[in-house]
Design a protein around this ligand. Sequence first.
Ligand code: BGC
Length: 448
Amino acid sequence: MSPMPASDEEVLASAVAAFEAKAAALDAIAHEFQAQMARGLAGASGSLKMLRTFTRQPTGRERGRVVVVDWGGTKGRAGIVELAGGGSARVVAEEVFTFSEALKRGAVAPVFDVVAAAIGRVVDAQPAGAYPLGFVYSFPARLERIDRAVALALTKGWSLTGLEGQDVAGLLNEALRRHGLERITVTAVANDTVAALMLQSYRACGAGEAKTADIGLILGTGTNQAADLGPAGIRNLESGNFDGVAAIETPYDAALDRELQEPRPGAQRFEKMVSGRYLAEVLRRVLDDLGHRTSRFGWSSSAFATPFAVGSEHLSRIAADQTAALYQVDALLRGLGVTSTRPERHALRELSGAIVRRAARLVATALLGTLRFLDPEVAGRRTIAVDGSLWGGYPGFEALVRETLDELIGRERTTLIEIAFVKDSTSAGAAVIAAVAALQRSERCGSA
Ligand code: BGC
């Protein structure tokens, strides 16, 4: 006798359950993360690159006017930041610019031209004179000096022909020359996680309550951590590439990893289960599957038929709808070309919530890996500086991360962990890094 076919309710419930991540599995993943940090630092093979950053914690003496630029996700920013010392960083001017989809998959020079042109527009209004530039390059790069960063494979859907192996600071300097901006020179390159960490630490040099950051975390289009490892210096973990997640992977995750070309299968495994670029795509794939296996979600003619057409901002809006009939979800779906039933909206909300909840639990797990690396007992006070659109935009994300930490190491220990949201940290953070580099240079000259 063949088994009874599962009801729609049962199929839905098992899809939601597939995204559950139990504490025991997460604890094992945190230990593996910690072990891979050690392997990466020792130069052994593993998925955590533990890249050097050539910067150190700020002293509070960093001052001056710095040109900054941030390239690394969906949007770029160019700006001018004034550091007045003692924790004060003021963004004097800033321009947000976007990259077209064509630019993301083309030649190298046009992208640097877009970046240089934006810098040109913000510095035009500044008094004449030479300016240092802090460049936040939010992709993997192997730094050889604070102002030399060799590009590794790109992430977040970017793929530029011939970028890998080239120094991105040199490329930006060349583009600045092409734009007649000889007076601007890249003096520091850093990852966005390092910018978040450094801005928080710089603020800690002021009179307020802020504390020096041990960890910088970004959770937006992509995800990554930087950490101050003491004698090993501040490192860019490139934690989005962590691959020890197989124990909680679903068939949807495996298919996404297999089918995407950029980044290649096997790369950015953690990021593909956690960050804003991928979460809604995972949801879209689940809905497509359930559309075939249940009488719900027959939405094939809508945006849900197009990869990456749904974004994490949609997930945030779904979570924010508190109405019983989910009117806001209804409006959102109509905007995406879908007429839905009330049970479909409730199921959608449940699935979306399960996917984001798993992401938050994985974020907590990777943080625990780093915290344990810093101190196996997690017994001391720690500060994590966080920035990014998913963390800042998804209702209750931080609470989910905290709950998971409580579950994994107990409330007593997690109360010692401070999480500081450093919104829009890249510009001011880049300025701090450039100013630290200037002080380091002057110290070297002074000691000669
Ligand atoms: C990049 C990291 C970056 C993170 C957050 C990842 O895809 O590889 O370098 O820090 O996104 O922007």
